[in-house]
Design a protein around this ligand. Structure first.
Ligand code: GUN
Length: 306
């Protein structure tokens, strides 16, 4: 029986470890504060941001969400960020991605004060990650590392394959695993014979955004499989192919008209892996937990500075 890596349980552990740290800051009049910039209307981003704001509320972190329209000129967005950079009660600034195509994402991410960059996306913090220096780490890969560590899954000396080379997940994930002494391969759409490369993985991280793309022939027996995918499938035929032996998932599809599917075939994962993250309930909850952790760490650092 494969071990299910329970993201909800690890999220709850991380949140309860943060509670006394937040209380200590609040006692000094330094309750942590997070500002979220959500530009335009992207339904998935709106759901993610609601989850982030709710998690802040649960823990007593102040949060505010700024929601300019997609048509806002880049200069005006830069002015909003400059104001957040200057406000002392804002410890963390999160620019929800993706930004609308007409916004210059690089300029926006580069404008966030690196000391308040709770996503670790500012070029300074990317450099810190590459160099192995302390700094905020991107939330999803940092959460995956917590999940592996807290389940006692060894990393040093093992073969890790990361499928997907995004700045948000794939690249930072590969670096974090490398710093833990894994032998790391990053794959992408141009990698020849992807199944053969994936089959070398003791730890396989799938972050490609294609429903159930990694099937049984991508998995090495006994591998640990981390599925970052959150793909909404609204085609019943596709859903019944993916969940051919999971009637409860199909019942949920019939009720809602869609179902969430990871990047890995769930049946293959259950039958071949020794440990895996379910979708939902695996990686997703950890992204938010690490955002909270980065916000608290930023507030602690800033409280020490004055
Ligand atoms: N969009 C998808 N994942 C993330 C994330 O971790 N941070 C931000 N800011 N945007 C995202």
């Amino acid at each position: 029986m494969a071990l299910v890596l329970d993201g909800n349980r690890v999220r709850d552990q991380i949140k309860s470890e943060l509670q006394p740290r937040i209380a200590a800051l609040a006692a000094k009049g330094r309750r942590p504060g997070l500002a979220v910039l959500l530009v335009g209307h992207n339904p998935a981003s709106e759901i993610y941001v609601r989850g982030k704001v709710k998690a802040c509320q649960d823990l007593g972190i102040r949060s505010e969400t700024l929601t300019p329209p997609a048509t806002i000129p880049t200069d005006e967005l830069l002015a909003m960020i400059a104001e957040l950079n200057a406000r002392p009660e804002v410890d963390g600034i999160l620019v929800q991605l993706p930004l609308p195509p007409e916004v210059d994402s690089r300029r926006i991410l580069g404008a966030v004060d690196p000391e308040k960059d709770v996503d670790g996306f500012h070029p300074c913090n990317v450099g810190r990650l590459v160099a192995g220096l302390p700094g905020p780490r991107p939330c999803t890969p940092a959460g995956i590392l917590e999940l592996l560590k807290r389940h006692g899954i060894p990393i040093a000396g093992r073969r890790a394959v990361v499928v997907g080379r995004s700045d948000i997940v794939g690249k930072p994930m590969a670096l974090l695993l490398l710093h833990q002494h894994a032998t790391v391969t990053i794959c992408h759409s141009k990698t020849p014979d992807l199944p053969a490369v994936c089959r070398e993985a003791d730890i396989l991280v799938a972050a490609i955004g294609r429903a159930a793309m990694l099937t049984a022939d991508y998995l090495k027996p006994g591998a640990t499989v981390i599925d970052v995918g959150m793909n909404r499938v609204d085609d019943r035929e596709e859903a019944s192919r993916v969940f051919r032996d999971m009637p409860e998932k199909l019942a949920s599809f019939d009720q809602r008209g869609s179902v969430l599917v990871g990047d890995v075939d769930p049946r293959a994962m259950r039958e071949i892996a020794s440990a895996y993250t379910p979708v939902p309930g695996g990686v997703g909850p950890l992204t938010i937990a690490m955002l909270l952790a980065n916000t608290v760490a930023s507030a602690e650092r800033r409280a020490l500075l004055c």
